[in-house]
Design a protein around this ligand. Sequence first.
Ligand SMILES: Cc1cc2nc3c(=O)[nH]c(=O)nc-3n(C[C@H](O)[C@H](O)[C@H](O)COP(=O)(O)OP(=O)(O)OC[C@H]3O[C@@H](n4cnc5c(N)ncnc54)[C@H](O)[C@@H]3O)c2cc1C
Length: 397
Amino acid sequence: MSQAPETDLAAFQAEVRAFLDEALTPELRRLTARQAGVFSEGELCRRWHRILYEQGWVAPSWPKEYGGPGWTPMQRFIFADECVKAGAPVLPAMGLQMCGPVLMLYGTPEQKAYFLPRMLSGEHYWCQGYSEPQSGSDLSSLQMRAVRDGDHYRVTGSKLWTTHAHYANWMFLLVRTAIEGKPQAGISFLLTPMDAPGVTVRPIISISGEHEVNQVFFDEVRIPVGNLVGEENQGWTVAKALLEFERGGGAAASGLRAQLRAARAIAEAEGWWNEEPAFRLRWTQLDVELLGLDVAERQTAAALMAGRRVGDATASRLKLTASTLLQRITELGMEALGAYAAVDQREALGMDAKAAPVGPAYALTPTAKYLNSRAATIYGGSQEIQHNILARIILSS
Ligand SMILES: Cc1cc2nc3c(=O)[nH]c(=O)nc-3n(C[C@H](O)[C@H](O)[C@H](O)COP(=O)(O)OP(=O)(O)OC[C@H]3O[C@@H](n4cnc5c(N)ncnc54)[C@H](O)[C@@H]3O)c2cc1C
């Protein structure tokens, strides 16, 4: 794959910035900045999705034939980076980044024709039904049973920690269609509308006070066989391909830098910055480590650009670094707040509550962000699982 000249990338970056300046109204920025969740809340996502869709930029990684902009990995990285810097709402990954590419690879022509345009336009809002009460890290032990009944499956069981299930109108899910043989060999990948009779969504309120995740119960839910993706009992292959799409192209460093700057602004307002050399030392150390993450993310985008795969070791290392830095940075934000460590304390800190946020996103919510980020070393593959992957790679090399 040929490299785009630097000047083209600079022009592209300027185009993205000009668009974001225009499209991100003060209201959208303010609403985004007040949220601490992994993704922005549903209504905000729908609004931002629509704006990006109309611009033709909502699915940066999709090929042109399916309505994507046909960007290179480096353009995708620049776009993601500029969005974070500008404080744009964070769209959920479940549809466009997870289910979409899987359908392109394994979907029937009918499934592609029906689902992909609706995913792109935002008419369908997706959630991911993988984890269950007894199956998370060891996903292949999942128990949700799907029994074939004519041209339908009857599905009973429950899914846990389902992000944005309360906003979604569709779910992709893994079910057990066979109990004999290896656990991986009896799994199938299905798609269901969330308003199918027998589906119940129960909220789980997180420690930060937000409603992001849910438990979803299935009671004899009928899912048409036409909504099976890939072959019956081949769902593990499909599920693994989906996890591959999650890798690479991320731009976590910019968002983290915004939060680190917010911690400094609070410390300055509170007087710690000048009085506490230990605070400044920790801040500087995090700043340097962030630079390392930034370089690693850019190198990953460059590797993808050159047509190379992102290996397990790189993916695990990036996930580990980004999630632990997030936790340490939000911890510093809490320390900077000191006795004021409660949600949205700009006014209490004597800062102008109406002024532009200190950092683009999350600056108003250090405490909520701190609490929310405790989950970062669990979702998307826990810290221990990433350590296991790295250990296996090192020991077998
Ligand atoms: C905020 C949030 C959002 C989520 N969103 C979704 C979603 O949208 N859809 C979805 O399907 N799932 C979702 N999940 C679930 C997530 O994928 C699981 O929580 C995760 O895979 C861990 O599984 P578990 O919770 O069952 O913990 P377990 O797997 O039971 O792990 C418990 C502890 O044991 C450790 N452990 C487990 N196995 C090993 C091992 N082999 N070696 C060493 N240590 C081990 C783990 O690291 C962890 O510390 C979400 C989770 C969270 C917290």
